[in-house]
Design a protein around this ligand. Structure first.
Ligand code: UDP
Length: 234
């Protein structure tokens, strides 16, 4: 296996599948199945999950809501998704722990770095909910932050697109995919991989990012087995 410890970033939107809102149970169980496949190879797996399928602070703010209040709602949405993923993983027989950046002790453990690392060593999948715990951040930033903290080898950003392209492949049929690209070139070409805060944090800490299509069953296992799937930024 190419990696020992990975951080998987799943967007909330990905959980919607073909729906317009909420969680698609088929998508959820497919994700659980793919995650199980890599834990069976001895890979230590931490997950940061987004909340965009339920609520985003910016969307609330554009409708006149206080931004911080909206971001709190967004962070709670990530905990809801975390609970759903935890349940799906446990149904698949994978031991998990959910840690939250916001204290919500009846529902999830608080985020404690050392405890998270101990869970990983014991083979438990650790799901980080609540983002960074701060408004004005995204779960991409939470993913990079947690990955650095737990000393993950790589961030695997599961999306519905199979990598990074020079233009938007959903709009432009002539778009060309990069197999590998440097952090500098992503910035120079103005490509969108993560928000700038998350991206520069990753760059400054030499943490590679692989963007790949999580909706193609088996891709996760292929990546950790060393197959060139998606786009690697390093
Ligand atoms: N959020 C936040 N701080 C964080 C992470 C998330 O305030 O550290 C809020 C923010 O409102 C965001 C929402 O939670 O829009 C959902 O997260 P995100 O948009 O990153 O989810 P994704 O796009 O991955 O589904």
């Amino acid at each position: 296996m190419t990696y020992k410890r990975i951080l998987l970033k799943l967007s909330g939107e990905a959980l919607m599948g073909n729906r317009n809102y909420g969680i698609d149970p088929d998508r959820l169980s497919d994700y659980a199945d793919q995650i199980k496949q890599i834990t069976e190879q001895g890979i230590e797996v931490a997950i940061v999950i987004g909340g965009g399928n339920i609520f985003r602070g910016v969307a609330g703010a554009s409708n006149g809501m206080d931004r911080v209040q909206g971001d709190h709602m967004g962070m709670l949405a990530t905990v809801i998704n975390g609970l759903a993923l935890q349940s799906a993983l446990e149904n698949a027989g994978v031991p998990t722990r959910l840690q939250s950046a916001i204290k919500i002790n009846e529902v999830a453990e608080p985020f404690i770095r050392r405890r998270a690392m101990r869970h990983l060593e014991k083979g438990r999948v650790v799901i980080f909910g609540g983002g960074t715990g701060n408004p004005y951040f995204t779960t991409d930033s939470a993913a990079v932050l947690r990955a650095i903290e737990i000393e993950a080898d790589v961030i695997l950003k599961g999306t519905r697109v199979d990598g990074i392209y020079n233009t938007d492949p959903e709009k432009d049929k002539t778009a060309i995919k990069f197999n590998t690209i440097s952090f500098e070139d992503v910035l120079k070409k103005g490509l969108k991989v993560m928000d700038t805060t998350a991206f520069t944090l990753s760059q400054e800490n030499d943490l590679p990012i692989i963007v790949f299509d999580m909706n193609k069953h088996g891709n996760l296992l292929k990546i950790v087995s060393g197959e060139a799937i998606g786009t690697t930024v390093s």
